[in-house]
Design a protein. Structure first.
Length: 114
């Protein structure tokens, strides 16, 4: 059976970042979360126990991974290895929308670093 998820039908997740985050897919192999940040919005610096891929859908992101910082616009994919501190910030004047793809699904919690 084909499964699907429409963004507007998926409820917002309660999260420590206080942002609009919606889990579009969740299996033992991967999680896919859509995040929307208003201008000036950001995720707290944190580390995940699994590899993460960020895919920018709309807007301009500033992504910090470890001591590196990169700017990413729509249609850009950025990889972040497991256990490396990272965060995403809206680097533009408009809405930033991106996917967070975690592989495999984490079995340990994300660590918020501040």
């Amino acid at each position: 059976m084909i499964e699907s998820a429409r963004l507007q039908d998926v409820p917002k997740l309660d999260n420590p970042h206080g942002v609009d985050a919606r889990k579009l897919h969740d299996s033992e192999h991967a999680q896919v979360i859509h995040i929307e940040l208003a201008p000036g919005g950001k995720l707290l610096r944190h580390s995940t126990p699994v590899d993460v891929v960020f895919f920018v859908i709309e807007g301009s992101a500033v992504i910090e991974i470890g001591d590196e910082r990169v700017e990413a616009i729509a249609d850009t994919l950025i990889e972040s290895p497991a256990k490396i501190p990272h965060r995403v910030m809206n680097g533009g004047d408009g809405t930033l929308r991106f996917l967070v793809i975690k592989t495999p699904r984490p079995t340990q919690p994300t660590r918020i670093l501040g």
